[in-house]
Design a protein around this ligand. Structure first.
Ligand SMILES: NC(=O)c1ccc[n+]([C@@H]2O[C@H](COP(=O)([O-])OP(=O)(O)OC[C@H]3O[C@@H](n4cnc5c(N)ncnc54)[C@H](O)[C@@H]3O)[C@@H](O)[C@H]2O)c1
Length: 379
């Protein structure tokens, strides 16, 4: 016997689709779970568009006002898949209404908003999670297991990149549908909150807290037409950001993100170097984890590429047979599965709002360091 978990989805864009796919697939591949997502309602402002989405993906009903969705008695969990400037208001309303919340990243526009959200969910006692999905790519989860086993020894370095090239055009407008990421009022920041937030969340998860940062940002195209006003307006987001940091464990961090690296579409790479071994991962080859183990016999010692597809590997016993890989969308299926599991065990589904606030604090410190041109402590 399974119990339904009625989902109310807000937003039908990139993440609305990725999460819905997760809800639809999870019961087939994780049949042991007791709760089953039911696509109860989808919400967006444009009635025609949201109806088309609901019809295509199988939602039972639609709403055009998120407040009406949050107020519905037949919704158990609300999924926030809208631009960053809406996360806080929706999350506070959900907490007030006693709904579970699955919120997209970054948790908020800034630390102050994120703190308010944490306090609201903690006071209301509602279950919450933030979709930092890269934690649930099996190769990244395997990296976490290897690091936690102590195999790397003392950690010296952590480095990560997230490189894209889609905004290298000065006639690209900012704001409104699809281009809200270029509008600081909707996004809060540019690559720092959009891309580096992923790198920071994974880094904190794998290597512990960041204590202080020294950053530089650049906005290469200073003015863009705003889609909503039709006027050329100042661009307030960071197009590129690089920062150095210290981790609490004494290791050094180096992070870079940009939307101006011609040729790169979504190159998220990370590497961690320990005294005894190193690991490296690349989103473009997401089912592989590379490892160098200094304890290997000298003649054959070298970087090895682990094809993370075996039944022993994290999540992989749920899918095909050894040797057959899975992809990006499965990280969201895994997140849904872990969320449903957390409802059974009563344990939090990490990253929680509180976990995601740590990443937000680093993002804020990075932006402040770049603006002030000085080292900034993460508080
Ligand atoms: N976890 C990840 O890897 C990942 C990837 C992409 C985006 N995101 C995050 O997901 C969120 C959404 O990003 P996206 O790429 O899906 O954006 P998107 O532009 O594809 O979709 C945004 C959706 O929000 C809807 N929307 C906007 N204002 C609304 C309102 N007032 N009421 C109801 N609906 C409204 C739009 O109609 C659209 O369907 C952002 O916070 C973003 O940072 C996370």
């Amino acid at each position: 016997m399974t119990t339904p978990l009625n989902i109310g989805m807000i937003g039908y864009g990139f993440m609305g689709r990725a999460h819905t796919n997760g809800y639809k697939r999870v019961g087939d591949f994780f049949p042991e779970l007791e709760r089953r997502p039911v696509l109860k309602a989808a919400c967006a402002r444009n009635k025609e568009n949201i109806q088309a989405f609901a019809d295509q993906w199988g939602y039972e009903s639609i709403e055009t006002d998120w407040k009406a969705l949050v107020a519905r008695d037949d919704i158990d969990a609300v999924d926030i898949c809208v631009p960053n400037n809406l996360h806080k208001e929706i999350a506070l309303a959900c907490a007030e209404a006693g709904k579970m919340i699955l919120c997209e990243k970054p948790i908020a526009m800034n630390t102050a908003e994120g703190e308010e959200m944490c306090q609201a969910v903690e006071k209301a006692g509602v279950v919450n999670t933030v979709w930092y999905n890269y934690r649930r790519v099996p190769a990244v989860t395997l990296a976490k297991q290897i690091i936690d086993s102590g195999k790397l020894g003392r950690i010296f370095h952590y480095r990560a990149n997230f490189l894209q090239d889609w905004t290298i055009a000065d006639d690209l407008p900012q704001g409104g549908e699809a281009l809200w990421r270029l509008d600081v009022d909707a996004a809060g920041s540019g690559v720092t909150g959009d891309l580096l937030a992923h790198c920071i969340d994974t880094a904190i998860w794998l290597n512990g807290s960041v204590t202080d940062v020294s950053a530089m940002t650049e906005t290469f195209i200073k003015e863009r037409v705003h889609q909503e006003t039709g006027q050329k307006q100042k661009v307030g987001i960071d197009d590129a950001c690089a920062f150095l940091c210290h981790f609490e464990n004494g290791s050094l961090g180096l992070f870079e993100s940009t939307r101006y690296a011609r040729g790169h579409k979504a190159l998220y790479t990370l590497e961690i170097n320990g005294e005894n071994a190193s690991l490296r991962w690349d989103l473009h080859d997401l089912h592989r984890l590379e490892m160098f183990d200094h304890a290997d016999e000298g003649l054959t010692r070298g970087w090895k590429s682990i094809h993370v597809t075996d039944g022993d590997h994290p999540y992989m016993d749920k899918w095909w047979v050894p040797g057959l890989q899975i992809g990006y969308e499965h990280s969201f299926v895994h997140h849904v599965a872990d969320f449903l599991k957390s409802l059974e065990t009563g344990e939090p589904c990490h990253p929680t709002f509180r976990d995601a606030l740590e990443t937000q604090k680093v993002c804020d410190a990075v932006l402040s360091s770049a603006a002030e041109r000085k080292w900034e402590t993460v508080v």
